[in-house]
Design a protein around this ligand. Structure first.
Ligand code: HEC
Length: 121
């Protein structure tokens, strides 16, 4: 039973390859505004000790492939971003398709963290 659940979780993991075909920054912006900016703010700067920044985030720079699964499955437990510790729960985004998640992740990686080089294939 537990093994079955684990296999289900693993097989639903998102393909983490970076591909220019999924980059659509205009669409990424709109999806970000709708699904993320309430907490992380339009400019990605976060909110005080509650919501960590996505703008120039050392956590993102060190975990580039984790961004889509954080969007898909949420994030909880203590986390350190740019020297500040956070411990709140980010909900999972069950309504977003994997393609939409890719577009948001591309927007966050490129616009907020200048990680354009990940997408040169
Ligand atoms: C309800 C508020 C809320 C929403 C909406 C939300 N987040 Fe979060 N997010 C959080 C919190 C709180 C954390 C830190 C969780 C913890 O303490 O472990 C976090 C952490 C993160 C992190 C890792 C830490 C960092 O700042 O680098 C990323 C990346 C992230 N969120 C991206 C997103 C994206 C993209 C969206 C939109 C799809 C989104 N979040 C929507 C509250 C939110």
């Amino acid at each position: 039973m537990v093994l079955g659940v684990l296999i289900a979780v693993y097989s639903s993991c998102i393909d983490n390859k970076f591909n220019n075909a999924t980059v659509n920054l205009a669409s990424g912006y709109q999806l970000y505004e709708k699904n993320c900016s309430n907490c992380h703010q339009t400019d990605g700067s976060g909110l005080a000790q509650l919501y960590p920044p996505l703008l120039n985030s050392d956590f993102i720079k060190n975990n580039t492939t984790a961004v889509d699964s954080i969007i898909k499955y949420g994030q909880k437990g203590p986390i350190m971003v740019n020297g500040v510790s956070y411990n709140m729960a980010m909900p999972s985004s069950k309504k977003l398709s994997d393609f939409e998640i890719k577009q948001i992740a591309s927007y966050v990686l490129i616009k907020f963290n200048k990680l354009d080089s990940l997408y040169t294939n």
